[in-house]
Design a protein around this ligand. Sequence first.
Ligand code: XMP
Length: 319
Amino acid sequence: NWKMDSFIEKSVNDINRQVGNGRVVCGLSGGVDSAVTAALIHKAIGNRLSCIFVDNGLLRNFEAEEVVKTFKENFSADLHVVRAQDRFLGKLKGVSDPEKKRKIIGHEFIKVFKNEAQKISDVQFLAQGTLYPDVIESIPAHGGPTVTIKSHHNVGGLPEELGFELVEPLRFLFKDEVRKIGEELGLPKELVGRHPFPGPGLAIRIIGEISGQRLEVLRKADKIVIEEICKAGLYNKIAQCFAVLLPLSTVGVMGDERSYENVIAVRAVETTDFMTADWYRIPNETLGSISHRIINEVKGVNRVVYDISTKPPSTIEWE
Ligand code: XMP
């Protein structure tokens, strides 16, 4: 694809021009944007790139392990893995307000990242996978204040805190273009085609307070949702699909016994820009196997519901 090839070539030149002989640090999230950013920078400056991956304890099943494995298989760059699960979960204890969760996670991320980045000597640049829609969303309309529906705190504040110059090779691209570049750069298909995952992770998919036990339940349910969607050949047709834990108790029967347990909501959306979205019509048969498996395999859940709301007025995430 000549258009993507020429983008890569131009981008590599731009990075070299901006960075010179300097060193760059890049945060990896496990998603497409940060991986493509890292791959472009790696192509430009090789081992003068260091990557930092923070395991905040809010990732999906085995996600942290997969990120590390994929990285090692695809890059020769320096990778720092910070296991900070306890720190994040400790700070989130007793917190149920969604915006408070985001702020705490954002703050903690900056602290952990900064601490790790300072261990790497001679860094002057910070690479971020900012996309064009992120750029436009942060420009206030008519010069007025931006209305915060949900604060996307995972990146804000980091460059200022570190005093690094920003490198943002994707800032004029949309998600589908980033995916094409990722493919062109030879990144694995599963990584390039991954559904977006929010910075605050599973914390905003557990309504209310977060606990280790709730995270376990949600991870198991989420894994089943994704497995069944893949089995039905739908993963690449759906823009984003996941489970949400509703920690309210409802009555059920298990064998001869009455149960009183939690609800899992299944959310699947169709969208190109994530600003508006329609709920995806998952075939009944697949919904049936998702529900059957979750109720039978995940202890602590006795009911599964399907979210049939469009954005707007609902949002994609529940918090
Ligand atoms: P909503 O729920 O606002 O989501 O319709 C739109 C898209 O943004 C993602 N999202 C986030 N991503 N930090 C992120 O990095 C956040 O705090 C956050 N909140 C929502 C969401 O997953 C969807 O793709």
